[in-house]
Design a protein around this ligand. Structure first.
Ligand SMILES: NC(=O)c1ccc[n+]([C@@H]2O[C@H](COP(=O)([O-])OP(=O)(O)OC[C@H]3O[C@@H](n4cnc5c(N)ncnc54)[C@H](O)[C@@H]3O)[C@@H](O)[C@H]2O)c1
Length: 550
């Protein structure tokens, strides 16, 4: 029979615990919030007061409702008060021994039919459960940050968790207005297993100076419609928490792509733990504030030196990006000449954008022809996503004037993204000029080096490939994975919907290119993706992919 749950305990009132406390209290539960000492308790209470105060200011809650909510919470440093709880959710830092110690203590305090849940993001729930006398009442209840806002909860069942424990926790999650998905006890569960490889890769792109933090974040926001860039998200999660999650995932799976990139450890050691400490990848006006302030790495906004004048633009080819680029340029009143093949019509252009088929020999031919007809000093740009920009540059006698302009049509935003790709030969003023043209044409430029996938595809496609591997391993269904990423990580669409829309063949081609340049086992294309492409299941365009389409 389902348990009647009226009083819930939360242990650890930090980033997550404060949000979890608020969610339960908002939904009419009595909550006992436990912290390790008075200072942390004061901070935890402050988090809940600030967050609910914000809801009052925004008209989402009345002042009377706020005080009733706060009255339902008992803040204490005494764990024994948890004896009255039918469910306790643990949200202390991501350290196995600490969590096991907390569970061993909880086990002796609560009644035998009380449920003990852990909010761990990556530790083994089974290992935590066996610190108690009754592992069958232990379950994972993984909320997402910020808990009051994120609708998704992973309910993690171990091999010994009782069915009725899973059922009760699932029902409670629904009462909180969340969408629970049940999953098994595996590092990272669904959402983090897919999210953290992506976050780690973004951090390593920044660490290797492949692109600036602003450009990495803007690329994913503008190009993929993600609500936050990966580095800003790492700051929100907390770099210490992110480090521990990656470290645990790496220890369990030995996938090198999960080995925390060194800058995470360096930032944490320096005390830069993200928003909660006021500094991480970005600097914030005070601890726990979302307001980013300028620091030494912030771009000045001053126009870079040496921007060349561009009035006339030639566009060669009639691909989709070509049409979109022409539309943007014409709207911005550039003098635009479009041609299908290279002709003397583009001789006088200050900038020529090549947008023919994404294939090496076709691109080389166009660049050799452009080099012959274009005026000296004209900038030549390629929209290539699969062919290295340097291969185009090497087909000309003006490599310093050749640049990549990979356009990604904006998703859920009103601007298109242009990855301005600098090769080892591209001159600084060429990059500055093309960035300035993009801005004038209402597009958002980001700059990166000439590496497979540039920023967006290099971050996006390995994550999509990982989702296919997760489906292939029968860990979760395509629907559950899409739900996890949409609701848990607030991505505009789940990975399988993206794959069906982009085309499985396109996804496979990009993943193969990434694997050829970065031969990490984790980048190997998922066999299921290969098989579906071979069988002609290419997604929406063929009516069948991971799902059937009309
Ligand atoms: N931060 C995220 O985005 C996120 C998201 C989902 C899940 N989680 C998971 O939630 C858990 C907590 O993470 P966080 O980011 O909130 O960490 P945090 O460091 O912000 O908060 C942890 C809190 O636990 C308190 N604490 C430590 N030892 C304690 C003890 N013995 N008794 C009572 N309180 C104690 C600390 O004082 C601190 O306030 C971790 O397991 C983490 O993996 C985090």
């Amino acid at each position: 029979m389902a348990r009647e749950i009226t009083t819930v305990g939360v242990v650890g009132i930090g980033t997550m615990g404060a949000g979890i406390t608020e969610v339960f209290a908002r939904n009419g539960f009595f909550v006992v919030g436990v912290e390790q000492d008075q200072a942390a308790l004061h901070r935890g209470r402050g988090h809940v007061e600030t967050s609910t105060g914000r809801a009052v200011r925004r008209g989402k809650m009345s002042a009377a409702e706020q005080s009733q909510l706060l009255e339902r919470i008992t803040f204490t440093t005494d764990m024994d008060v948890l004896a009255a709880c039918q469910l306790v959710v643990e949200a202390v830092p991501e350290h196995r021994d600490l969590k096991r110690d907390v569970f061993a203590r909880l086990d002796k305090i609560v009644t035998p039919d009380a449920i003990l849940a852990t909010n761990t993001s990556s530790l083994s729930v089974t290992e935590i459960s066996v610190a108690t006398e009754l592992p069958r009442r232990v379950v994972g209840m993984h909320f997402f940050n910020p808990a009051p806002v994120q609708e998704f909860v992973e309910v993690v069942r171990t091999v010994v968790t009782d069915d009725d424990v899973v059922e009760d926790v699932t029902a409670i999650a629904r009462r909180l207005g969340k969408a629970p998905v049940e999953c098994r006890d595996r590092a990272g569960f669904i959402a983090n297993a897919l999210l953290f490889g992506y976050l780690n890769h973004a951090a390593s792109m920044y660490e290797t100076r492949y692109a600036s933090r602003e450009d990495i974040d803007d690329a994913m926001r503008v190009g993929c419609g993600y609500p936050m860039g990966p580095l800003a998200l790492l700051d929100l999660i907390g770099l210490d928490t992110a480090y521990e999650i990656l470290e645990t995932m790496y220890r369990q799976g030995r996938d090198r792509l999960h080995a925390p990139t060194p800058i995470l450890k360096q930032l944490v050691t320096a005390g830069f733990r993200g928003r909660k400490s006021g500094r991480g990848f970005y600097t914030y006006d005070k601890p726990d504030s979302p307001v980013v302030v300028a620091d030494t790495a912030t771009p000045t906004g001053a126009p870079p030196a040496g921007v060349r004048e561009v009035r006339s633009v030639g566009v060669v080819g009639s691909s989709d990006p070509a049409a979109r680029i022409v539309e943007n340029l014409v709207q911005a009143r550039f003098d635009v000449t479009t041609v299908d093949v290279v002709t003397p019509a583009v001789t006088g252009a200050d900038l020529v954008v090549e947008a023919v088929a994404d294939e090496l020999s076709a691109k080389r031919e166009v660049f050799t022809a452009l080099d012959a007809v274009c005026k000296p000093g004209a900038i030549l740009a390629t929209t290539s996503s699969l062919v290295p920009v340097i291969a185009c540059a090497a087909s000309t006698s003006r490599a310093a004037n050749v640049v990549g302009t990979h356009m990604v049509a904006g998703v859920a935003v009103d601007r298109d993204l242009v990855e301005v790709v600098r090769t080892v030969s591209t001159a600084d003023d060429v990059v500055a000029t093309v960035r300035s043209v993009c801005r004038r044409a209402g597009m958002h430029p980001v700059t990166c080096g000439d590496r497979a996938g540039f920023i967006v595809n290099a971050l996006l496609f390995p994550y999509l490939n990982d989702a296919v591997k997760m489906l292939e391993a029968q860990y979760a269904t395509a629907d559950d994975i899409d739900t996890a990423m949409r609701l848990g990580c607030r991505l505009p669409t789940g990975p399988f919907q993206v794959l069906d829309d982009v085309g499985l063949d396109t996804a496979l081609a990009i993943q193969r290119m990434l694997y050829a340049e970065f031969p990490e086992p984790g980048y190997a294309p998922a066999p299921l993706l290969e098989n579906l492409v071979t069988a002609g299941f290419l997604g929406r365009k063929t009516g069948r992919g991971f799902r059937d389409h009309a």
